[in-house]
Design a protein around this ligand. Sequence first.
Ligand SMILES: [Zn+2]
Length: 172
Amino acid sequence: MQLDPRLIRCLTTLRLERLLVLSGAGISAESGIPTYRGENGLWRRLDFEKLATHAAFDSDPRAIWSWYRERRDGVRSALPNDAHRAVARLAAVAHEALVITQNVDDLHERAGLAPEHLVHIHGEILETRCEACGSVSDAQATDGQRGCRRCGARAPSARMSCGSTRSWLSSR
Ligand SMILES: [Zn+2]
């Protein structure tokens, strides 16, 4: 898919002083990543309490890691869409730009948005953080791992989105 040439022309001639973008699940839904609470959202099909809480992880960490692995695989196989690319272009031409996203995927980054212009308020699913020592690592390296490579604590947790009492997905 290509950006409309008229949009590209508009973006390159635009003189933006400040840009603030708030993005949510809708932008990544276009890339095939399911939303949480939408019509076919994850929490409509699955029980939030059984997957995204401390108790859930403690009772069956293997199942929870498996669920996260599936979601991570979905993110890795998804591609940025025109909306992600348009946001990246806008940020590139703006004097100051900040994109605040609720999304835990990396599609804004892969569309070309510079990391200094992006804040993931619910964390990043492709990273894990050890609750004991705080070290952050690539989720692919820690998936299925039994303990933190740095401090040896129990399986490092990913840091959570959506208001759970537990932090599941990495958040910087
Ligand atoms: Zn650790």
